[in-house]
Design a protein around this ligand. Structure first.
Ligand SMILES: *Cc1c(COP(=O)(O)O)cnc(C)c1O
Length: 372
């Protein structure tokens, strides 16, 4: 079955009472027992399980090709839970170029929990191989990476992890399962900030973990979700299930728009460099061609005249919205070094763009006038 069909089938629910085609929202926190003291539909209390969350989790698992998914109240709640599945004195490999919250939670919290981590360039397989320690239990990959759009070789890293008896998980937020499915390349789990493309309309926070197998790791994550309680609301689950129905359509069109924008920027005399894996000049182009259906809707570019030039371009755009985050239907532009603060290692002349569903010619015209 093709992805589009799978997305529609996986988000289909059956309300036996009303035969409603659109899924009802179950706001109830608690569920009634019958005279025999049984729970006829299996639901007991919405922190443990809720019909909308169940439906969302089944859909997420189906899209990534995993046995089970566990949904959370944000992407960071999903990341934190996966790390909590490890034990003190375990070691984690993380990318040197990752969503800033991933190293931040490791350093701010898991440091004194006894979990150690090493940052490594995931595009350098020799460096990855050399970074393993006897207690390395997890390899965290993010590809394309934030904000430099570096491409890690999923298959090669999964092989290295397996050889070292470590699990591997991919933050697949940017590519989405429309364009890239890490479980098919040997990964054990996938993490999503569903806040981004799954929701798609910049109006909810959510996260999920999808596991290849419903094994020990998945069961620990489920237990932490149910007992820890960082669960999404029924309404957010409902919005996400609705978002998934148009995910493929949005992501493909946004990626096609991004490819046009990248091609325009690559020829502009004031642009020093465009970071977009769909350009043949990108060092990860070949790997991206192999493991991604399209190169995605995120790109970043660097100005020849430094940070001041980047800030000036950002101040002059009219269609792009100057805001953080990504994955919504509207195009956003951001100076990442400002957003990340004084500890940022992002080049100061870099602007990151989340390409939306406006017409690409209008977006190009806007950047052209801003670049002057
Ligand atoms: C946004 C994002 C996250 C964190 O998700 P939240 O929902 O903001 O907690 C993690 N990884 C990537 C790649 C993201 O873009």
């Amino acid at each position: 079955m093709h992805f589009e069909t799978r997305a529609l089938q996986a988000t289909r629910t059956h309300d036996t009472q009303t035969s409603a085609v659109a899924t009802p929202i179950y706001l109830s926190t608690t569920f009634e027992r019958n005279e025999e003291n049984l729970l006829p539909n299996g639901f007991i209390y919405s922190r443990t399980a809720n019909p909308n969350r169940d439906a969302l989790e089944k859909a997420c698992a189906a899209l990534e090709g995993g046995e089970v998914a566990v949904a959370f109240a944000s992407g960071q709640a999903a990341t934190t839970t996966l790390l909590q599945c490890l034990r003190p004195h375990d070691h984690v490999l993380i990318p040197d170029d990752a969503y800033f919250g991933t190293p931040a939670i490791l350093q701010a919290h898991f440091d004194h929990w006894g979990l150690t981590c090493t940052k490594v360039d995931m595009t350098d397989l020799e460096a990855v191989s050399a970074a393993f320690q006897a207690n390395t239990k997890l390899v965290w990959v993010e590809t394309p990476s934030n904000p430099l759009l570096k491409i890690a070789d999923l298959q090669a890293i999964a092989q290295l992890a397996r050889a070292h008896n470590a699990r591997c998980v991919c933050d697949n937020t940017w590519a989405t399962p429309v364009l890239q499915r890490p479980l098919e390349h040997g990964f054990d789990a996938v993490m999503h900030a569903t806040t981004k493309y799954f929701g798609g309309h910049s109006d909810l926070l959510g996260g999920c973990l999808v596991f290849k197998q419903n094994g020990e790791l998945a069961q620990r994550a489920r237990q932490l979700q149910q007992l820890g309680g960082a669960v999404p609301s029924a309404f957010d689950c409902w919005l996400l299930l609705r978002g998934i129905k148009t995910l493929a359509l949005r992501v493909r069109q946004q990626s096609a728009n991004a490819a046009q924008l990248a091609a325009f920027l690559a020829t502009h005399p004031r642009v020093e460099r465009v970071n977009y894996p769909g350009l043949e000049s990108h060092v990860g182009y070949e790997i991206a061609q192999r493991q991604m259906e399209m190169a995605g809707a995120m790109l970043s570019f660097q100005l020849k005249d430094g940070a001041a030039a980047a800030l000036l371009v950002k101040s002059k755009v009219q269609l792009f919205i100057r805001a953080t985050s990504l994955g919504g239907v509207e195009s956003l532009i951001e100076h990442r070094a400002t957003a990340e603060g004084p500890l940022s290692t992002t080049p100061p002349n870099l602007l990151r763009v989340s390409v939306g569903l406006e017409h690409p010619n209008d977006l190009i015209a806007d950047l052209a006038q801003a670049l002057g």
